[in-house]
Design a protein around this ligand. Structure first.
Ligand code: UD1
Length: 385
């Protein structure tokens, strides 16, 4: 392995883009050579292109173009296509972020080829093995050589799974690096809606509104869950208008179950998936967020916006213990009760979690530099074949 070999950085799906942007910037500023590989897991312009543009991510050096499929198909296709790239490029290491199928697929191929694996956002656990992301998290951490964590509880999780704490570094949250970096460019909600041709009197500059996002299979794939959720959303929207950027998975399920028309068009503004600066603007000015996204739980904590999470668990517990997050599951009565409580003026002390300060990627780069020049010795992996 050449000491000059770059780190191969992997992205695949939307939440990866916000995480890789500050890492690529820090690598560039600290002189760490890196190449960017996109698996193509997300490919629609509004799930993909807008993020590269808004976040200033360099165009990928390699795009595997895998697209959609079942989990097995998608994961297998990424593995099949990334193997020859690792042979050709012989990178110093592979860096994967988060918990999507692209993360585990690339990490698994690399680890079997003796390419050291670096995992950013390691150690988060929902303890819900029905979530595909939880499987991806556990397995990726097991085969990673160097693990960077966003909150201190992650180390306890990793130790319980037998991972050597010497390989784990608490650096903070790269997603929040991106939030800090872009906050001033966040697009005002009225402008976003106007640019989409969705001018409305519902949301003026001072009118309170809520932000809604939904895409977890547990919420959207079963009509017996999704239909009552739609009714609950309508009930909430009667008091607080909602802006709802609709994920492609959710749109297709709403259409298939005949529920799209049931959403109250006078109180709920359904938009296509939004770019980062648009969503940040929407979130920043929202009275509250209702979501099942992992990233939005973190971003609302960083912004001090109340967040009602439509899940029974979270792999990001610090957003509950220190931040603004409340877990409610998908029972309509609980959602409405939590919303009312969250909208009351609160004395709940909220803190910005430790190291969620905009400098996580710089910490990662600073740790990686000596690690790389030490020849990545004493790691999990066999020497690169
Ligand atoms: C994936 C991640 C999830 C993440 C989410 C963010 C996994 C296991 N899940 O879930 O952790 O929170 O991304 O969006 O990796 N589709 C499009 N256009 C696209 C991308 C997807 O239409 O650009 C459609 C697909 O055809 C598919 C559906 O959306 O029907 C789901 O896409 P997929 O990437 O499989 O999973 P997500 O649900 O997006």
């Amino acid at each position: 392995m050449s000491p000059q070999a770059p780190i191969l950085c992997v992205v695949g799906a939307r939440p990866n883009f916000m995480k890789i942007a500050p890492i690529m910037r820090a690598f560039s500023s600290q002189g760490i050579p890196a190449t960017l590989l996109h698996t193509g897991q997300h490919y629609d312009a509004d799930m993909n292109d807008a993020f590269f543009r808004d976040l200033g991510i360099p165009q990928p050096d390699i795009n595997l173009g895998v697209g959609s499929g079942s989990h097995a198909q998608q994961t297998a296709e990424i593995m099949r296509k990334v193997e020859p790239i690792l042979d050709e490029q012989a990178p110093a290491a592979i860096l994967v972020v988060g918990d999507v199928n692209s993360t585990i697929a690339c990490a698994l191929v690399a680890s079997k080829k003796g390419v050291p694996v670096i995992h950013v956002e390691a150690g988060l656990r929902s303890r819900d093995r029905t979530m595909p992301e939880e499987i991806n998290r556990v397995l990726t951490d097991q085969i990673s050589d160097l693990l960077f964590t966003t909150e201190r509880t992650a180390l306890d999780n990793l130790k319980q799974e037998g991972i050597d704490p010497a390989r784990v570094h608490f650096v903070g949250n790269v997603m929040i690096d991106t939030l800090h970096y872009n906050l001033r460019q966040a697009k005002p909600t009225a402008q976003t809606l106007a640019e989409l041709g969705m001018e409305t009197t519902l949301i003026g500059s001072d009118t309170p509104y809520g932000l809604l996002t939904l895409h977890r299979p547990s919420n959207v794939d079963d009509p017996a869950v999704l239909a009552p959720l739609v009714d609950c959303i309508n009930q909430i929207a009667a008091d607080l208008p909602l802006v709802f950027p609709v994920h492609p998975r959710t749109r297709s399920r709403l259409e298939a179950f005949g529920l799209l028309e049931r959403l109250d068009p006078h109180r709920i503004i359904c938009t296509p998936p939004l770019g980062y600066l648009e969503l940040l603007g929407l979130m920043k000015s929202a009275r509250i967020a209702l979501t099942d996204s992992g990233g939005i739980q973190e971003e609302t904590t960083a912004l001090g916006i109340p967040c009602i999470t439509l899940r029974h668990n979270t792999e990001r517990p610090i957003t509950v213990t220190e931040g603004t997050n409340t877990l409610v599951g998908n029972d309509p009565q609980r959602i409405i009760a939590a919303l009312k409580a969250a909208l009351k003026p609160t004395s709940r002390p909220e803190r910005i979690p430790e190291y969620w300060d905009g400098n996580a990627a710089e910490r990662i780069a600073a740790i990686l530099k000596p690690w790389l020049s030490a020849g990545i010795s004493g790691q999990n992996t066999a020497p690169h074949a």
